[in-house]
Write a protein that binds this ligand. Structure first.
Ligand SMILES: *Cc1c(COP(=O)(O)O)cnc(C)c1O
Length: 411
């Protein structure tokens, strides 16, 4: 008998972004519709920097010569990349992360799901509401969700992020074991300041919880006061795993490369009460189920740390921040509740008309030919909001702003 994982029945029928793609495909079939501008995109428009392309070309040449050919690489990633990450992303910023604590992967999304392998089904999970849908769906697949009651799972704690508290997540009243924090957050674009992260590290210590800190958008932080890494917080190495990605920072969404940091200090406990370090357990998991990220993508990622590479990251992210900040200003001028668009490529805009997220999404699509993402798709607290992204050309963004501005003045 092919017994299937029953947890799949508990998932929403389709992933949010798949659902939006279907609606947009239908829109495009209508010959009379206004030509579509995509402002819902969670993908970078590219291209990758020259230095990245060159490094990958050279990597291909390495593979094509006997003397420099590479077969299976280390499951944890090549030393050249782990060393440079340790140096440039951490040591140069005063954070001590050893290369042995860094695990290279084929993208952050995989590790977000894979981490569930080393954690018990009994862990109580907390997620920001709204947040990136994969956090919940991954835990549903693993069986940590409980029952679906309305739009919420009974065993998941939803950390409300509202305008009144700057879209920072509220500390839970009960004990939770596993906390997903994303900063800058997708979808709200809000960034947690040091004082907020201090609270979470303290909470995790007191409650013996694990923080999974997703900083896929750290390269968008411009305000020097805002932390880019959870390890900027004292004691965080005892309680946090950090997940990073080259996708949104270096245009690697198609290349596939990212990394996770699992500190040596981080301890968990077996059901028998026996303590266990997570770093070797994660390494064991990786050596069993993963054969390493591609040599070519790792050489491409290494190039992002060269002087030229670093410049390219700033130039690319600057462009998307500018687009997002222009979108933000437009909604602000129209009296919407807005966040993001400063240290993030996303703008999170709440309509003042009392319309639902899907109503606003449909109106802006039909009347302006512009796609957004309905905020309610990211959680109940997202109701009434839409997400727009700066991942577009300035030309397209300006055109979109012109259309939405006109629409806003008629409302
Ligand atoms: C895009 C995104 C990721 C996934 O990144 P990949 O490395 O491309 O898998 C992870 N977390 C958040 C919040 C994202 O927006």
């Amino acid at each position: 008998m092919i017994l299937v994982n029953d947890n799949f029945k508990e998932l929403p029928a389709v992933y949010l972004f798949t659902q939006i793609s279907r609606i947009l495909a239908k829109y495009k079939e209508d010959k009379d519709a206004i030509p579509l501008i995509r402002m819902d995109i969670g993908d970078v428009p590219g291209p990758v920097a020259d230095c990245v392309a060159k490094a990958m070309h050279k990597a291909v040449d390495d593979l094509a010569k006997q003397d420099t050919f590479k077969g299976y690489g280390p499951e944890q990633g090549y030393a050249f990349l782990r060393d440079i990450i340790s140096q440039k992303d951490y040591k140069e910023r005063g954070i001590n992360i050893d290369p042995s604590e860094i695990f290279i992967n084929d993208g952050a999304k995989c590790d977000l799901g894979n981490l569930g392998d080393i954690l018990s089904k009994d862990c109580k999970v907390a997620v920001m509401d709204p947040s990136y849908p994969a956090y919940i769906d991954d835990n549903v697949i693993d069986g940590r969700e409980g029952k679906l009651e309305g739009n919420k799972y009974s065993r998941i704690t939803y950390l409300k992020c509202k305008a009144e508290n700057n879209f920072f997540p509220e500390l839970p009243e009960t004990n939770v074991d596993l906390i997903y924090i994303c900063s800058p957050n997708n979808p709200t674009g809000s960034v947690l300041p040091k004082a907020e992260l201090d609270k979470w590290v303290e909470y995790a210590k007191e409650n013996q919880s694990l923080i999974i800190f997703d900083s896929a958008y750290e390269a968008y932080i411009r305000n020097p006061e805002l932390p880019k890494s959870i390890y900027e917080i004292e004691g965080a190495k005892d309680v946090a795993i950090e997940i990073r990605s080259f996708s949104k920072t270096g245009g690697f969404t198609g290349i596939r490369c990212g990394y996770s940091v699992v500190p040596k200090e981080l301890m968990g406990v077996y059901s028998t009460g026996e303590k266990v370090a997570l770093n070797p357990i994660w390494s064991r998991r990786q050596t069993t189920k993963f054969n390493g990220a591609s040599y070519i993508s790792q050489r491409g990622a290494e190039a992002l740390y060269s002087e030229e590479g670093r410049k390219s990251v700033i130039e690319m992210t600057d462009k998307f921040i500018l687009n997002a900040s222009n979108l933000r200003k437009m909604f602000e001028n129209a009296g919407w509740k807005v966040t993001g668009g400063t240290d993030s490529p996303y703008v999170w805009a709440g309509n003042p008309y009392g319309m639902s997220s899907y109503e606003v999404f449909e109106k802006i699509l039909k009347e302006c030919g512009i796609s957004t993402t309905p905020g309610s798709g990211f959680g109940e607290e997202g109701e009434g909001y839409i997400r727009l992204s700066g991942f577009n050309t300035k030309e397209n963004t300006d055109k979109a702003i012109e259309r939405i501005e006109k629409w806003l003045t008629n409302h």
